[in-house]
Design a protein around this ligand. Structure first.
Ligand SMILES: Nc1ncnc2c1ncn2[C@@H]1O[C@H](COP(=O)(O)OP(=O)(O)OP(=O)(O)O)[C@@H](O)[C@H]1O
Ligand SMILES: [Mg+2]
Length: 226
């Protein structure tokens, strides 16, 4: 279970442009849940995701993974935690375009000192992501949908406990978006916990649970207006 307790994030604290992006948020994410986070641009979706992923720290409050409070970890402990527990798909893929699919997908394994879990093989993870045989292809020669599958493969290879995806269908057409959502749903069906940010309400409505961020607070369900 992942629990956010009274989590707040303030940028430029004490300055004239102080920006309270997240205000005392509480949220529980159960194992195996498929959750969508929505909200308009600038609402704090990426900020929230980065804190759950351990990429950024809250201004106050706590992030528990079972009994472990991420906010008590030192930087290198947090990096080790991420490497073995969190699969991250950043907004706009963040792939190395001039490298092969295989180099991109195996990148997280470079940060796996002394890990206990056995990573998936590249072949296995490309099969799961429905891009079999793509090992030697250059990323820059792939379509947007294929690039997104590479980003998902990279996030999965180290067998994380949770997959965190920032707008995984953001720059894709609606048919390709649906096929990526189908992939995420099949991962969910096999037991993966997935936290996904999307501004696409149709995509969100197909998830098990929807959380909407507005004025720094969380609301359940789709907004009546946004
Ligand atoms: N590193 C930062 N320093 C200062 N302000 C930041 C920083 N990152 C984000 N912000 C501000 O925090 C607010 C929330 O940003 P965030 O990126 O979380 O929004 P978002 O909901 O993901 O938006 P989008 O849908 O456009 O991706 C914005 O007002 C943004 O300007
Ligand atoms: Mg964002």
């Amino acid at each position: 279970m992942i629990s956010l307790k009274n989590l707040s994030k303030v940028y430029f604290k004490g300055k004239r442009n102080e920006n309270l992006v997240l205000d005392q948020i509480n949220l529980d994410i159960a194992p195996g849940e498929l959750m969508a986070i929505t909200g308009k641009s600038g609402a704090g979706k990426t900020t929230l995701l980065h804190m759950v992923a351990g990429l950024d720290r809250p201004s106050s409050g706590h992030i528990f993974y079972d009994q472990l409070d991420l906010t008590t970890l030192k930087e290198h402990e947090l990096a080790n935690f991420r490497a073995s527990h969190v699969g991250i798909i950043l907004q706009n893929f963040a792939l190395l375009l001039n490298e092969s699919v295989e180099s991109n997908v195996t990148l997280p394994l470079l940060f796996q000192k002394g890990r206990k879990k056995k990573a998936m093989s590249v072949e296995e993870v490309l099969n799961i992501c429905q891009i079999p045989g793509f090992e030697k292809r250059k990323v820059k020669e792939l379509s947007g949908g294929e690039m997104q599958r590479v980003a998902i493969a990279r996030a999965l290879i180290a067998r994380p406990d949770i997959l965190i995806a920032d707008e995984p269908t953001g720059s894709l057409d609606s048919v390709t978006s649906m096929s990526i959502l189908e992939l995420l749903k099949s991962l969910h069906d096999s037991g993966m916990t997935i936290l996904m940010v999307t501004h696409d309400e149709e995509i969100a409505s197909l998830c098990q649970r929807i959380i909407h961020i507005r004025d720094g607070k969380l609301m359940t369900g789709l907004p009546s207006e946004s």
